[in-house]
Design a protein around this ligand. Structure first.
Ligand code: AMP
Length: 173
């Protein structure tokens, strides 16, 4: 499977100078989508994982079927203001301004090991914010998975300690 071919690339989106790697074009191909899930199964076959945290919104689409295949609890990390119960929150910097993610406190069992899933790692700030919430709750990060990695943005500086894994890497702009 040539995953690169299955990823739509859109120049100058959402703003000039950014090449947007659109993971949603993978979901339009059942073969490519199944390939992603099969590769995740292989990568984490022997890993000790007690649950999956999927990040809004494209991370949901990758994290949910993986959790179900492995019969693991699925927890959603959502944008601020969406979750009705008591939450743990973490703000992080975006290129312009700040964003905040939240997780229901009662979903994050202390002492358990969580795999954090998103579609793409750019600077790693989003995934780092989720890892921080996991640790704040006394739980552990079992690993970080993302379909795409942009290694030229040096995300290992932020999240290298959580063993990030990707299926395809782009090493230059
Ligand atoms: P970061 O926190 O910098 O790692 O940004 C990661 C989040 O922003 C992911 O959830 C991606 O969906 C999105 N993102 C950032 N840069 C890009 C890009 N070049 N193409 C597609 N999505 C991106």
């Amino acid at each position: 499977m040539d995953l690169d071919k299955a990823i739509r690339k859109v120049p100058d989106f959402p703003k000039p100078g950014i090449l947007f790697y659109d993971v949603t074009s993978i979901f339009t191909s059942p073969q490519a989508f199944r390939y992603v899930l099969d590769r995740m199964d292989d990568l984490y076959k022997n890993a000790e994982i007690n649950g999956v945290i999927a990040i809004e919104s494209r991370g949901f689409i990758v994290g949910a079927p993986f959790a179900l295949r492995r019969a693991l609890p699925l927890v959603l990390a959502r944008k601020q203001g969406k979750l009705p119960g008591e939450t743990v929150k973490q703000s992080y910097s975006l290129e312009y301004g700040e964003a905040t993610l939240e997780i229901h406190k009662s979903d994050l069992a202390p002492g358990k090991k969580w795999l954090i899933v998103d579609d793409l790692i750019a600077t790693g700030g989003t995934l780092k914010a989720v890892a921080t919430m996991v640790e704040k709750q006394g739980a552990e990060v079992a690993g970080i998975f993302s379909v795409i990695g942009l290694s030229f943005l040096n995300y290992t500086e932020q999240i290298g300690q959580y063993n990030p894994k990707t299926l395809i890497n782009y090493d230059k702009k």
